[in-house]
Ligand binder design. Structure first.
Ligand code: URP
Ligand code: ZN
Ligand code: ZN
Ligand code: ZN
Length: 485
């Protein structure tokens, strides 16, 4: 097998930065050091070498709100590679009839077109014996995370008792629950109230989902996870109310992780007031963009460690699809894109401003989630033995985001016009050059499923602790009992 050596770059790891050559043999990193040689030399002078981005939150070709999201595993992962992301984790959604395993089969089929490596989270959208029985089988197939929607009433939403049952099952089988935390009952009422009052435009989407409904649901999910004795991962943390709940839980020693999206870090709710209906509707997603005051806290949380991961929730609908909701904002398909933009926008708005160090950037785009998903250091690291998923990052390269040049299949970009400094020059995926200077070279089908083991260290630690502090019966001698009992 031909070897490659990347020379002249500076490796940025989550814990340090250092100059070294990287030798790649086949699909993995064989050595890191000085003066390495290989069959093919890649010059990275002036560039950073970072572990490929991992986006743990995508919805490619997702059946949702009467349609399918328009980026599939082909176009979505092309966008990912152009933006320095080498692995995506998508959500498997069981239908109302089908079980988990049927749905998983369907998602494997769809993901056959992936250009990047991929994994899945399994959604739990109801509760019955079949689901209970199939959960360990899902784990046996390499999936150790289960997603719960506390919103989307009448569609994907689960109730507290269903969630508690599923969380307990996760604890038993060594898996981790994820939550979309919004109070779906209150959202449903607010939606109907707003519509009845004639508030039917895209701005009403934000009115119907205030930060309080997210904060309440986050607190509730944390309590339920604690009672079930299982770690918890909160997706798309958009506001201070939710972040506060996570921060407080972590200070109490609870194993809770929080994932803000690149959208919520840089875009705010004023977007929904735009006079152009299409412009506003294209930005409808849940949770909605927030008042700007929430952003400082989210950035600080990434630096302080109370939030661990920046994702995209890439769920791209065309303008035409968004227009399903003309006259009724509750019918606007929820979702925005970001797979190509996550790393460059985070670098430009985070590292270039000094809000994040380059090492923190690597932590929140790759290393932390690899640990949480229990695939570290196969993924999320530049280390001997790791998959050779490497971004060669040019910190001075410039570009202005434009839908006209993006890889995504949709006709707009919510980050349109943002001027970037810092871009991938080349993305390697398991040792192959998958993207170079604007061109995606990986082909549909090059991606591979990444199996993830259950019983991660954090699950084992929490189970040990919960067992130690479990309620225990006080054994009383007969003479200390009331007479005659
Ligand atoms: O609006 C969103 N976020 N759409 C995708 C589904 C979800 O809630 O993550
Ligand atoms: Zn969600
Ligand atoms: Zn999502
Ligand atoms: Zn006694």
């Amino acid at each position: 097998m031909a070897t490659k050596v990347i020379k002249g770059g500076t490796i940025i790891a989550a814990d340090r930065s250092y100059k070294a050559d990287v030798l790649i043999d086949g699909e993995t990193i064989a050595a890191i050091g000085d003066n390495l040689s290989g069959d093919e030399v890649i010059d990275a002078t002036g560039c950073y070498l970072m572990p490929g981005g991992i986006d743990p939150h995508t919805h490619l070709q997702m059946p949702f709100m009467g349609t399918y999201s328009s980026d599939d595993f082909d176009t979505g992962t092309a966008a990912a590679l152009a933006g320095g992301t080498t692995m995506v984790v998508d959500f498997v959604l069981p239908g109302s009839e089908g079980g988990l395993l049927d749905a998983l089969q369907e998602w494997f089929q769809k993901a056959g077109k992936a250009r990047t490596d991929y994994s899945f989270h399994m959604a739990i959208t109801g509760w019955n014996k079949q689901i209970f029985d199939e959960m360990p089988e899902v784990v046996a197939r390499g999936i150790n995370t289960f997603k719960h929607f506390m919103a989307y009433k009448g569609a994907l939403m689960v109730n507290d008792d269903e969630m508690f049952a599923s969380f307990q099952r996760c604890a038993e089988i060594g898996a981790m629950p994820l939550v979309h935390a919004e109070n779906g009952d209150v959202v449903a009422h607010l939606q109907q109230k707003l519509l009845a009052e004639g508030n039917n435009g895209p701005e009403a989407h934000a009115y119907s989902r205030p930060p309080e409904v997210e904060g309440e649901a986050t607190n509730r999910a944390i309590m339920i996870a604690d009672q079930a004795g299982v770690p918890l991962y909160v997706v798309h943390v958009s506001c201070e109310e939710s972040h506060e709940a996570i921060r407080r839980a972590r200070q109490k020693g609870m194993r809770v992780f929080g994932e803000p999206l690149i959208q919520h870090l840089v875009l705010d709710e004023s977007e929904y007031k735009n006079e152009d209906w299409d412009y506003a509707a294209r930005r409808v997603m849940s949770p909605p963009f927030r008042d700007k005051r929430h952003q400082d806290g989210l950035w600080a949380g990434l630096a302080a460690g109370s939030l661990q991961v920046v994702a995209t929730d890439h769920c791209a609908f065309t303008t035409e699809q968004k227009r399903f909701g003309l006259g009724d904002f509750t019918r606007i398909p929820n979702g925005t894109g970001g797979l190509e933009d996550r790393l460059p926008v985070l670098w430009t708005k985070g590292v270039r401003t000094g809000r994040l160090t380059p090492n923190e950037f690597v932590a929140v785009t790759s290393t932390n989630i690899a640990r949480i998903l229990n695939i570290y250091p196969k993924k999320g690291a530049i280390l001997p033995g790791s998959d050779a998923d490497i971004v060669i990052w040019d910190p001075e390269a410039k570009k202005t985001i434009s839908a006209g040049t993006q890889k995504s299949a949709i006709d707009y970009n919510v980050f349109e016009g943002i001027e970037l400094t810092g871009l991938p020059r080349m993305t390697l995926s398991r040792g192959r050059i998958a993207y170079r200077d604007g061109e995606v070279l990986a082909e549909a089908g090059d991606g591979r499923f990444v199996e993830r083991e259950p019983h991660a260290a954090v699950n084992r630690a929490l189970s040990t602790w919960k067992e130690l502090v479990a309620p225990r019966k006080v054994e009383r001698k007969p003479e200390h009992m009331p007479a005659g009992v």
